[in-house]
Design a protein around this ligand. Sequence first.
Ligand SMILES: [Mn+2]
Length: 334
Amino acid sequence: MRRTVIVGDIHGCFDELLELLEKVEIRPDDLLISVGDLVDRGPAPGEVVSFFRERPNSVALMGNHERKHVRGVFSYAQEITRLQLGDRYAETVEWMRTLPYYFENEHVRVVHAAMVPGIPLPEQREEILCGSTRGERELAALFPEGHWHDHYTDAKPVVFGHHVTGREPMIRDGRIFGLDTGACHGWNLTALCLPDFSVHSVAARADHWSIVMRQWQLPVLKTKPWHDFTWSKLAKSIEEFSSTSDASVRAWLEALREWAANLQSALPTLIAAAHRIAEELTEEEMRRHPAAKALFQARNGRLNETSLAVQCSTPRKTINLAATLGLTLDEPPR
Ligand SMILES: [Mn+2]
């Protein structure tokens, strides 16, 4: 008999997913459903996504984490996933765009986060179904006390993830199933099998999110647009990230601080170069020169560190202006 196997929030925990599917003895014709949140926080989001895309009879719902990628809402977890997926990232996000917000057949309803009881699934708001920040707010306004599922009285069971229920799933009345058992936080990955509604879990192999968070600190830092930060933002960011206990991250930030200091202390050299060039050029040649403004200021005796700092408000502007004056300044540490 063909079964339906519904898995809670996987969050890139691929080894646990394989172990769980082995444990439930999944067969090729079984329908496999993910409640959503295939990616973010765990070590292997690419493998999890590929698995769902390649396995016939598989459905992944749109979780709030997929939706963040689709909408380009980036915090640290999404920056890490983008690096983990590398070249495949853009194409994977295009696939995420196609994910459904719910699954329903004659036996069960599945959503990522929540639904408003009494409203058919096709009429529910996507934000509420997937548990986006706005959806959570709307839901809290609808149910100021307790949970949406306290009001779910339909006979048809409803299955969801999104809120970690603890190491054990939340099962109420044989109709309400919360399956997010915190796999990415080192707890369990849980599956519900239909038609017998049996529950199966495997233990997470590690507190993945805290490991991944540490591991990707430096690679994520290196992707920040340091070139285009103003000097004050740059200093503030270095300060902020330096609170880490990771020595390699602190060393890299120290090199970045030195790079910024060297660029800023190059202003007198730029001024000297501008004076030299201004002396050699005619007024017409100066007008066509890419550093025309600095050259005219030099000729008129108005070029000093204060006036030049206005034109050199970021590392990139400083490096570019130096280049037009024939000077090569350092690129940031690799
Ligand atoms: Mn989740």
